[in-house]
Design a protein around this ligand. Structure first.
Ligand SMILES: Cc1cc2nc3c(=O)[nH]c(=O)nc-3n(C[C@H](O)[C@H](O)[C@H](O)COP(=O)(O)OP(=O)(O)OC[C@H]3O[C@@H](n4cnc5c(N)ncnc54)[C@H](O)[C@@H]3O)c2cc1C
Length: 390
């Protein structure tokens, strides 16, 4: 088979891959190639499912705030370059009983980073957001820079802009092996080989198949999505109904406003085990799971039909402590960005920008805890991710 040359080969044109290709394509001196096993924007990736919650008031504390703020600017930039609407800044509303630990952390984050926000009392929540059934003692935090992202549109936009800038994209082509050679990295695919100076690994949940170290580190968490029909859909349009996180006891819900005019997204995850390979992940909820999710949704929203009108099941690669892997190998040839751990879509533009920066040899500004060696050290103490996150 043919052997091609490239400066940088990006493995995977999903979330990280699309953002990396967009950023790398800005350097007209580089021959940049993207290789994707499926077609352009498909339904198998960790990005699938219509919307992703964007929030700056994160309950993970300060680790991600700067990355998210930078990403907010980059989402706007991508919208401008692609002339598409990707990011709807409709706010993100967290509702939980006063004193709930995640909410307390998010409140600390907004204060520490001066993030525009409102704190709502139980009565204010009842008055302003009648779509939610508010229990005594619930309070709200409205993150005014939060909202909803359209993941499929985002990826299509980043790939289109990358291609317009000169990146070469190959779809329906699977990478089957990556080997270091003296003069570069040999990337073997189902449609020929590429000898690249550098490689960006952006293969998400499938990374465990290509790289033994990532196979040790990453575990796949199943994440399900469900959409419900409200009796008054006009109450659930983006202008009136922000993206949300909701905690009641052990149950965590997240979701987004209605983009289709008849249903809105409200999801909570059954206790699924973790998996090692994408082929093991269930492809649908069971009937019992859907009935339970519907009952819970009907408890926390007013006037909705408890039967989900749409559902889908996805996967995402997690690290033990849910920090992403952002790594440059010692020889400078392999950049790895993986393990986005169920919360990485919102800051993926920052990861794409870092991919381009790491290719140029600089690790400036990248949290050293994200390096692969640092992850492997923690793995030996923590053991692999065992589930229970969301
Ligand atoms: C249901 C769900 C809800 C989520 N909600 C949120 C949210 O609200 N907010 C948020 O910020 N984050 C959220 N996340 C997390 C976020 O969406 C993921 O972390 C992110 O999309 C992962 O991106 P990725 O690039 O690692 O993987 P992907 O986007 O899956 O990209 C990997 C790509 O690599 C390709 N590939 C793999 N192997 C090969 C190969 N050998 N050859 C060629 N191509 C290959 C794949 O086909 C795929 O296109 C959610 C995740 C899920 C699953």
């Amino acid at each position: 088979m043919d052997q091609h040359r490239a400066d940088v080969v990006v493995i995977g044109a999903g979330t990280v891959g699309a953002m990396a290709l967009w950023q790398l394509s800005k350097n007209s001196k580089l021959r940049v190639v993207g290789i994707e096993q499926y077609g352009r924007v498909h339904s198998h990736g960790s990005y699938a499912g219509e919307s992703r919650v964007f929030r700056t008031a994160v309950h993970e504390g300060g680790t991600y705030v700067r990355m998210i703020q930078r990403s907010r600017d980059l989402w706007r930039q991508l919208e401008k370059e692609s002339k598409q609407q990707i990011y709807q800044e409709v706010g993100c509303l967290s509702i939980a009983p006063e004193g709930f630990p995640d909410l307390e952390t998010a409140l600390g984050t907004v204060r520490d980073f001066e993030i525009p926000h409102r704190v709502l009392t139980t009565e204010e929540l009842r008055k302003e957001y009648p779509q939610h059934r508010i229990f005594d003692g619930d309070i709200g935090l409205l993150d005014e820079h939060g909202g909803g992202l359209r993941p499929e549109v985002a990826i299509m936009s980043a790939l289109d802009v990358a291609e317009k800038n000169g990146a070469e994209l190959h779809f329906n082509t699977r990478v089957i092996g990556v080997e270091r050679q003296q003069n570069g990295v040999l990337v073997r695919t189902t449609a020929g080989t590429w000898l690249a100076n550098q490689v960006v690994v952006a293969s998400g949940s499938w990374s465990t198949r290509l790289f033994p170290q990532l196979n040790e580190l990453l575990r796949l968490q199943v994440l399900g999505l469900t959409w419900f029909m409200p009796r008054h859909p006009k109450q659930f349009v983006p202008r009136k109904f922000p993206a949300f996180l909701r905690d009641i006891g052990e149950v965590h819900f997240f979701g987004a406003p209605s983009f289709d005019g008849y249903s809105f997204k409200a999801c909570t995850n059954p206790e699924w085990p973790v998996f090692r390979d994408v082929s093991e992940v269930p492809t649908h909820h069971t009937r019992d799971e859907l009935i339970k999710i519907g009952q819970r949704a009907a408890e926390i929203f007013t006037d909705i039909n408890p039967e989900p009108v749409r559902e889908s099941v996805h996967h995402c690669a997690y690290t033990p402590d849910r920090l992403p892997v952002v790594d440059l190998s010692d020889d400078g040839r392999i950049v790895t960005i993986a393990g986005l751990s169920g919360h990485g879509f919102k800051f993926s533009p920052q990861l794409g920008e870092w991919a381009a920066q790491l290719v140029s040899g600089s690790t400036d500004g990248v949290d050293p805890r994200f390096a692969l060696a640092s992850h492997m050290q923690r793995l030996s103490v923590l053991g692999p991710y065992a589930g229970g996150g969301h």
